[in-house]
Design a protein around this ligand. Structure first.
Ligand SMILES: NC(=O)c1ccc[n+]([C@@H]2O[C@H](COP(=O)([O-])OP(=O)(O)OC[C@H]3O[C@@H](n4cnc5c(N)ncnc54)[C@H](OP(=O)(O)O)[C@@H]3O)[C@@H](O)[C@H]2O)c1
Length: 248
């Protein structure tokens, strides 16, 4: 059947696949025919994602992406891939005056250094096939706007978006594309640790012209577009998916 968004015969690495956007992305990629390599730290939740993947030929790797040895092992275990989706990420709600270098390092290490180094190692070791596609999950925060107490998170995502412009140029001669999606708030566990109160979240929701937050599957579908050959002429772009938040 004709389907320009098919991922059949593609192998896709998805980080942060034990939860939220990464989990939905891994499952939807498998439904569209991809072989998926999923990674996360929490064995139980990663197993849960693995059990929900459709079709055969998938793999799972437990890895803390902030540890150099874990990153190296992950890359060594990969033969060749056609796509990477960088979903692993954290946020912290900290007013700027309390944003110490230690706290900033924690966020920057996972949100920026880890996907940067993982991509670099995969490229350097020639593990990404020609025609490959790399997708970073960035955020409207840091690219188009920010929020009170979000300066560190915004900085990490802004850095990602600077990075992709440069990598897109460097990898274009190899036929590898590099893009990001920039979501508004998506209903996942990222805010679970009391990062933002329920009241704040409800107030925030009312700012969205479509009057709701996004769902992980909606981000997954935009990622699939960027992974598929349907987006073969798109590189260095940010795909905005925010329920109209940044219109006003
Ligand atoms: N949700 C939103 O509103 C929203 C909006 C815009 C952008 N984003 C971005 O979307 C991405 C996914 O977020 P989400 O909402 O799906 O969050 P989530 O549900 O909290 O998932 C975060 C994922 O990151 C993984 N992770 C955390 N620390 C890790 C580490 N040191 N090493 C390896 N993996 C690690 C977690 O795996 P383990 O727990 O197994 O370690 C988990 O799978 C993030 O980059 C986030 O910044 C989210």
């Amino acid at each position: 059947m004709y389907n320009p968004f098919s991922l059949s015969r593609k192998t896709i690495l998805v980080t942060g696949a034990s939860s939220g956007i990464g989990k939905a992305t891994a499952i939807e990629c498998s439904k569209l025919g991809a072989s998926v390599i999923i990674t996360g730290r929490n064995r139980e939740r990663l197993n849960e994602t693995f059990s929900e993947l459709e079709n055969e030929g998938h793999n799972q790797v437990i890895a803390d992406l902030c540890e150099t040895s874990s990153l190296q092992n992950l890359v060594t275990g990969i033969e060749h891939i056609d796509g990477i989706v960088h979903c692993a990420g954290i946020t912290k709600n900290i007013p700027f005056q309390f944003a110490t270098t230690d706290k900033l390092s924690e966020i920057i290490n996972l949100n920026f250094f880890a996907p940067t180094e993982l991509t670099r190692l995969l490229v350097k070791n020639k593990k990404i096939n020609k025609g490959g596609s790399i997708v970073f999950i960035s955020s409207v925060s840091g690219v188009l706007c920010s929020a009170p107490a979000s300066s560190m998170y915004s900085a990490s995502k802004g850095a990602v978006n600077g990075l992709i412009k440069g990598i897109a140029l460097d990898l274009a001669p190899r036929g590898i594309r590099v893009n990001s999606v920039i979501p508004g708030v998506v209903e996942t566990n990222i805010f679970e640790a009391g990062v933002i109160s329920e009241e704040q979240l409800e107030e925030n929701k009312r700012m969205y012209p479509l009057k709701r937050f996004g769902k992980p599957i909606e981000i997954a579908h935009s990622v699939i577009y960027l992974l598929s050959d349907a987006s073969a002429w798109i590189t260095g772009s940010n795909l905005l998916i925010d329920g109209g938040l940044t219109l006003q």
